[in-house]
Write a protein of this length. Sequence first.
Length: 232
Amino acid sequence: MSADHVHPVNFDPADAGHDPHEAHEPHEHRAVRIGIGGPVGSGKTALTAALCRALGGSVNLAVVTNDIYTTEDADFLRAAGVLDVERIEAVQTGACPHTAIRDDITANLDAVELLEHRIPGLELVIIESGGDNLTAVFSRGLVDRQIFVVDVAGGDKVPRKGGPGVTTADLLVINKTDLAPMVGADLGVMTADAHRMRGALPVISQSLVDTPDAPAVADWVRAQLRTLAAVS
């Protein structure tokens, strides 16, 4: 493993000297960026791994992970072997994860650009946020589409609590549906509340135990790639 894969990109709020939303304008033929956010333990890293397995054979993709002080999520993906190690970069946010995905996105942009230089023809970069609450959303200067993940173990009340993650993300994933009987969650209520809070925006319910490659989410990602390719 080279030094590039050992030393993560670090975020330091003291270095924020410009508007991160304007620093890196999208350019023609750059990789599509899809963010995956959600509360701690909702299954973001497991979903990222599933998407790598489902898409890696047909899409030229890479991943950026965000953790506060560690590279644990990146290490998990490398150990799982879902992508070659040079396709995975880690950002240490040093503060609440939303800081580096919403407020000053420089470290994540640097990680994406590093991957784009390293991997010719890169088509997709999945940017996984560290665990945060229902208010954590990605800057639209960082990602083209965003997925927000909640899990059944948090209770069927979570979707109706709202918050911009639930109400504005391009896709809401209700994860770990296999746990519903064990935690007393009503999937019907959870799904109905999610649709009520989101209007026409899509909702996918899934269990990675039952469908390890997250086929419905993978199909949604493929559709976004086609749509964004058509307008680029």
